[in-house]
Design a protein. Structure first.
Length: 280
């Protein structure tokens, strides 16, 4: 579990609940933990979400970021709630029944509110369902670390009782070329981020699209040609490349995201939407 930077007590937990931590959906959701609350493994990240109207998502490791980007791209995922709290009274009961010591704060010895990295709202052919996901690096799953296994068992039993699909995700399960591509274009999804008007974006789209579909010219050459054709000069240069990333992020073009997207390459346009396997 992550190491908390705040002393946990009954009062501090009640205060967080009062603040709305772990409550709400979409833009209004507030994670139980933020990057300021715990120490992280490697880098922690705050990313404005596509699916949540720009809400800041708090991701406590690079691995959580990789998962988040995959979930952002998936059409079937409607909402992403990170650092989702499990009700303390329920995890305490589960731990007691299973004969497992519930995690406590090392200083105050008060029971810790356990969290699951992601609670996903998923649209299926049968309607909306929920999936819970926990990211761990492979070395953290060492079978000899029985304490880690015990904590997973509490988490597993909680979601089992809630009748919600839960599983552990590790980095080897993630499509990293897809992750890298989404990471590269993520900031260009919102029109405000690319500093172009709707009319300019429409003009760029109309100029680029037939040439992108021809699949015979690298993206950088196309966007430079578009800048010249539409009169983007000086500080405006690069407008067409920003717009191209905007189109990819918004799926205006059908791109094979399992192939690395670089300006020096021809965009990998495909005729049908790429499939990326089961949801990790």
């Amino acid at each position: 579990m992550a190491k908390h930077r705040w002393n946990i007590s009954k009062e501090s937990i009640e205060q967080r609940i009062k603040e709305g931590r772990g409550q709400g959906e979409g833009f209004n959701y507030r994670p139980w933990l933020t990057v300021l609350d715990v120490t992280s493994r490697g880098c922690s990240h705050i990313i404005a979400g596509w699916k949540t109207d720009g809400r800041d998502h708090h991701l406590l490791s690079d691995g959580e970021k990789y998962c988040f980007l995959v979930y952002e791209w998936s059409k079937c995922i409607l909402d992403i709630r990170e650092q989702f709290p499990l009700p303390l009274e329920k995890t305490l009961a589960i731990a007691e029944t299973a004969g497992i010591k519930h995690p406590v704060h090392p200083i105050t010895k008060h029971p810790v509110v356990m969290t699951t990295d992601f609670l996903l709202t998923v649209l299926t052919s049968e309607g909306i369902v929920y999936h819970a996901r926990t990211f761990k690096y492979p070395e953290e799953l060492n079978v000899r670390n029985t304490r880690v296994g015990q904590l997973f068992e509490i988490e597993r039993l909680y979601w089992q009782l809630a009748n919600i699909n839960w599983k552990i995700v590790t980095q080897p399960q993630l499509p990293m070329k897809l992750v890298n591509n989404i990471d590269h274009i993520h900031n260009f999804c919102n029109l405000k981020r690319i500093n172009l008007t709707n009319e300019e974006v429409t003009d760029i789209y109309d100029w680029l699209t037939p040439r992108v579909n021809a699949k015979d010219t690298p993206l950088r050459d196309l966007t430079r040609g578009c800048d010249k054709a539409l009169g983007f000069k000086g500080s405006e240069k690069g407008a067409s490349l920003r717009a191209a990333y905007h189109f990819i992020a918004n799926k205006r073009w059908n791109i094979d995201m399992n192939l690395l997207i670089e300006p020096c390459n021809i965009l990998p346009i495909i005729n049908t939407e790429g499939e990326y396997g089961d949801l990790p």
